[in-house]
Design a protein around this ligand. Structure first.
Ligand code: MGD
Ligand code: MGD
Ligand code: MO
Length: 774
């Protein structure tokens, strides 16, 4: 492909024929086409499976089966006919596999047998399940302390798997639960707990139809939560405001053509998905919301003076909150100059949006990674909550806070106790039910786990799903850390780089995917998940498993647990004969799950109560708490500036349209007009010229940090793009080597993946695209 063919502007709407074409292509491209369509249509609610794509939910009442292009890709990717079997591993040594791209690795297909690394030959060789479990048990039981092992979880694991996993790990004796959530919505959980007493969203799907305004902040739903476009479009249609804050003009936030509305497809019509679009500086959102608050305060004072209509919801503030005075003092103390400079916006833009906000009685604020992956993400999210509380927009229909989760069960995994800093209530409850002394010490999060492995303070790594080696920051350093382990274990569906970054011993334990039938002693089993609106529902796999040697995640955890602990604190093998037994244990331990099995008979599942949504505040004061954080003085790390470094650009790392985190389905990013390549760097045309380059030039990126280590990625193609000056954007995970391990959010330890200070250099070699399949 020539460069001209690779970079093209996309003028169509999101969704529409392009999406449908991409879906059908992936269906027909697979030999399972017909079966896939059938299973796809069974998605959700009617005995089929829950989409393994994102955590977006549906209205339980609608009875409609919605699906999207990227959900279809996720299903199809799992249902591939290609296999990575013992013969594959006999052919390819680990060193030779390491030379392949991430895309190539996953493309090889589903892993079929449990495999053990043989360092003498540098090949993975088959191992029996029992021997694999024994090897894990042996390594775990010979550690001097249970705190020398790390138990990672990725957010696709079911509630049943997650519950058994945390029970096993705590009975083993540690709270070392690094998880993908540490790199994702950690800031939402911390910020919301501080302010409204609960770390989960307060809205449900039906609220979207009642809102007068919906904010979509730092989120690209057209790619990452496509089913969200429909409620946004509906909102615009009925005259509600949809206000987007995103430095990039994301296609899905501009126009959407619903592939499930035939008439719209026939007319090739599309509908706008926003009514206002602000393009702030990276990390500038806190300043934007402080600006909104400052306008509201100004108008509220005017209203008090003139006896006009109140701007603040005074009753809500009086009855339900504390800290308003301190907060307003801080708002007064924040200067307009600081707001303008840090937000990257003109004050009149903020004023317009503040006015839209003021005129709306019911407002939902949604956000994702654009807000959570910064150093000051916690105060930013608290500022969003502050603004919402000023007008009583929490705990009433059509209003609330809605962090839109990523992985399809990342929220459920936390509910089940995958948490390195568990609440005392949870630990007490486990202790009461299972009669063992649970560890009370806070465990490792993802960053701390990497550091512990680096310092040989952790010797065993077990991953329940995910791709730890690639999803984490500072790739080179992280890989070295993992290689220090005595044992690395990955419970996975597909081959990925984490399997190749081996400890002295290493295992790959292949599991069933969500789409596959899971048969245990008592027959086919369902698993449950919790969506972003706290709806819990059951999911039954429909496809024949890709290999007869695969085991379910709960079965694998039970196998490891039994080999390590025997029948303590439960008979693991008994528990997994019938997952209703696991759910009974959950009922007896986790709040909100009483009569779990019974409640699941309701076709749409059931909703977990969210106290804040009912205006009950589980905070230290018993009220919703305004917080009075100051805007950061500046966003770039002081230590970096002190060294006299001036970055050329600030880089955000994001997802293309053809990927699911580290899983790459293809090399296109249709809505952003990129085809057949991933090593691209989106930069403003003026910046390209200012830095002495031309559109299409190849560059290397070097990130700036205080430790003097050179972090570099090579051979990226510059793409002149509609992006605010001073910013750059590129895809993750290729850019993870640039993210310093110590560059993380205050209190969250979330890598600052959306704010990396970089310098550009002329490409040092002619090495071009690495993201090919062959
Ligand atoms: N198809 C598909 N679906 C997915 C995923 C996937 O990889 N593929 N991943 C899943 C997961 S785990 C997650 S967490 C979600 C991620 O969903 P998103 O958060 O939508 O994912 P990103 O691609 O990281 O997009 C971040 C968006 O925020 C904007 N942004 C970046 N920095 C800032 C900032 O400082 N301020 C503002 N206002 N905006 C900013 C970017 O321009 C981009 O539009 O999606 C989930 N769903
Ligand atoms: N630079 C940068 N880094 C980031 C981000 C970013 O925006 N920028 N985003 C962060 C975010 S939000 C997240 S959530 C993390 C994601 O981090 P992870 O969750 O660790 O990564 P994934 O790429 O989702 O994991 C993919 C692997 O999961 C396995 N898998 C797939 N399905 C199943 C299943 O059903 N069961 C099991 N056991 N395994 C399965 C497959 O083997 C596949 O290779 O990455 C984070 N890293
Ligand atoms: Mo995520």
């Amino acid at each position: 492909m020539s460069q001209k063919e690779q970079i093209k502007q996309y003028n169509g709407p999101a969704g529409g024929w392009g999406a449908l074409k991409a879906v059908t292509k992936s269906w027909w491209g697979s030999e399972n086409a017909v079966k896939n369509i059938r299973t796809m249509l069974k998605t959700n609610q009617n005995g089929g499976f829950d989409c393994p794509g994102c955590a977006w939910g549906e209205s339980p009442e609608s009875g409609k089966v919605n699906f999207c292009e990227n959900g279809a890709k996720a299903v199809n990717w799992e249902a591939t006919n290609r296999v990575v079997d013992p013969e594959f591993f006999a052919t390819h040594s680990v060193s030779s596999l390491l030379k392949q791209t991430d895309y190539w690795l996953e493309y090889q297909g589903r892993i079929t047998h449990p495999m053990k690394y043989d360092s003498a030959t540098d090949h993975y060789v088959p191992i029996s399940w029992d021997d694999a479990y024994q090897l894990v048990a042996q390594h775990l039981n010979q550690l001097e302390s249970p705190n020398l092992a790390e138990f990672y979880t990725s957010g696709r694991a079911s509630n049943e798997a997650a519950f058994l996993y945390q029970l096993f790990v705590r009975a083993f004796g540690t709270n070392n639960f690094p998880d993908c959530s540490n790199m994702c919505h950690e800031a939402s959980a911390i910020g919301m707990k501080d302010t409204i007493g609960v770390g989960k969203g307060t809205v449900i799907f039906d609220d979207f139809a009642k809102a007068d305004a919906i904010f979509v902040i730092g989120q690209n739903p057209g790619t990452n939560h496509p089913r969200m476009l429909e409620p946004l479009r509906e909102a615009v249609k009925r005259g509600a405001q949809v206000i987007c804050l995103n430095p990039l003009k994301e296609r899905g936030l501009e126009r959407f053509q619903n592939p499930q509305v035939p008439i719209e497809m026939l007319r090739n019509g599309s509908k706008p998905t926003n009514t206002a679009y602000l393009r702030p500086a990276l990390g500038g959102d806190m300043a934007v919301f402080r600006g909104i608050a400052k306008f509201l305060l100004q108008w509220e004072r005017e209203a008090v003076e003139t006896g006009g209509k109140a701007v603040f919801d005074r009753d809500f503030i009086n009855d339900h909150t504390i800290g308003i005075d301190e907060y307003l003092k801080e708002v007064d103390a924040t200067t307009w100059e600081h707001i303008a400079e840090q937000s990257g916006l003109e004050l009149h833009e903020i004023e317009t949006v503040a006015d839209m906000y003021r005129r709306s009685e019911r407002v939902i604020m949604c956000w994702a990674m654009g807000l959570t992956q910064h150093r000051h993400s916690v105060p930013t999210i608290k500022e969003v909550a502050n603004v919402q509380m000023l007008r009583g927009n929490v705990g009433k229909p059509g209003a609330g806070l809605s962090p839109v989760r990523g992985h399809s069960n990342v929220q459920g995994d936390r509910t089940m106790g995958i948490d390195e800093k568990p609440s005392t209530a949870l630990l007490d409850s486990i202790e009461r039910r299972f009669n063992f002394k649970v560890p009370r010490e806070i465990g490792h999060n993802t960053i701390q786990a990497i550091k512990a492995m680096e310092e040989q303070q952790s010797k065993v790594f077990i991953g329940l799903g995910g791709n730890f080696a690639q999803a984490t920051p500072d790739t080179e350093r992280t890989h070295l850390a993992m290689k220090n382990c005595n044992l690395t274990v990955h419970i996975s569906t597909k081959l990925n780089r984490s399997h190749l970054v081996t400890g002295k011993d290493a295992l790959i334990l292949p599991c069933l995917g969500r789409t596959e039938i899971d048969v245990q002693d008592h027959g086919p089993q369902g698993i449950t998940v919790e969506d972003t609106f706290s709806m819990v529902h059951i999911s039954y796999g429909q496809l024949k498993p890709r290999s007869e040697h695969l085991r379910s995640e709960p079965a694998i955890i039970a196998g490891i647990a039994h080999a390590t602990l025997g029948c303590h604190p439960i008979d693991w093998n008994w528990a997994i004969q019938d997952y209703e037994r696991v759910r009974d244990l959950i009922s007896e331990t986790i709040p909100g799950f009483t009569d779990f099995n019974l409640k699941l008979r309701n076709p749409g599942g059931f909703h977990l109560v969210n106290p804040a949504a009912e205006r009950r505040w589980n905070t230290t004061s018993g009220k919703a708490q305004f917080s009075d954080s100051a805007l950061p003085k500046q966003l770039i790390n002081e230590a970096v500036l002190e060294q006299g470094n001036k970055p050329d650009l600030i880089l955000q790392t994001m997802r293309s349209h053809d990927q699911y985190n580290t899983t790459l389905y293809g090399l296109n990013d249709r809505y952003r007009g990129v085809f057949g390549m991933r090593e691209v760097l989106f930069v403003n045309e003026e910046d390209i010229a200012k830095l002495g380059f031309q559109n299409g030039d190849k560059v290397d990126m070097v990130s700036l940090w205080e430790d003097g280590v050179t972090r570099k990625v090579q051979g990226f193609t510059l793409v002149a793009y509609d992006i605010p000056k001073g910013q750059a954007a590129a895809y993750y995970p290729e850019t993870n080597p640039l993210v310093p391990l110590d560059s993380y959010g205050e209190r969250t330890f979330t890598p600052t993946s959306k704010f990396i200070a970089i310098k550009l250099e002329k490409a040092s070699s002619d090495e071009i695209q690495r993201s090919k399949v062959e």
